[in-house]
Design a protein around this ligand. Sequence first.
Ligand code: APR
Length: 319
Amino acid sequence: MARSKIALIGAGNIGGTLAHYAALKDLGEVVLFDIKAGVPEGKALDLAQVGPVDGFNGKVTGTTDYQDIAGADVVIVTAGVPRKPGMSRDDLVDTNLKVMRAVGDGIKTHAPDAFVICITNPLDVMVWALQKMSGLPTNKVCGMAGVLDSARFRTFLADEFGVSREDVSAFVLGGHGDTMVPLVRYSTVAGIPIPDLIKMGWTTQERIDALVERTRFGGGEIVKQLGTSAFYAPAASAIQMAEAYLKDEKRVLPCAAYLTGQYGVDNYYVGVPAVIGADGIERVVEVSFEKAEQDMFNHSVEAVKELTAAAIKIDPSLG
Ligand code: APR
């Protein structure tokens, strides 16, 4: 059977890391695309030479020609500019919207059957624009944010409790911005919800509140230190989603999915738990909220709607 084909649009920090993960996991043939000639070709050559050492045989190639993504099964988009210290994700909307136009055209022409995962920020608006610009079905276009935000929360919780990160599960919903909603009630250690762990004396409400806040600004904390966006964990998170699609795993993962009435939201992309399998986003899982959670979620959705309106102002054809 032919190998799957994974096209990575953007061969920067996240793109290169995605290629490395995809190759190591033997997910298929990898094509790195970028507008900066030399970068995708050079990174691809370097990565292909990891093959003999780490034992993978899938081809890794680099290109500046969209024709080379033809027939891709999965397309992961990181093209655009990342944040610099002091910037919010929303400051990128103008520049990255133009990039989504070019990427959308490329996907529409050369990889219309792909499952598309967008990572470019501001995520909820970029994935919304990319779906419109590519014209692909909404179940085949989604955004990566929730797996990353949950991974950040899980890391902080595991450190707090001194337990394995693998035994901590966490839900983070809403937009991928400072208004995101880490859902404490649905976050557990080996199935024990955090509110119970507070009662058991493992931690306090105040300490959990501080970790929720740290999660909300988890990306910014790294930008401040590094001078640019995080890339290892974002890449690992998107690869988990790609693998769920390619292997029809039916994983339940939080991701930016197109909502058609779920959670009372219509025609926007917002972070929610979803089942990812061979049909892409197969199902949105609707959990029930308590009043305070609903308020936080609504606040987050409002932020997504405001930014979407700003995007339509920049590019009225999206309206
Ligand atoms: N088509 C293809 N590639 C493009 C385009 C375009 N129109 N415009 C820019 N690029 C490329 C750049 O040449 C660069 O190689 O996108 C790449 C982005 O890489 P980095 O600057 O290293 O950014 P990265 O850290 O990978 O983040 C990419 O993901 O998390 C988000 O906020 C982040 O929006 C940013 C994106």
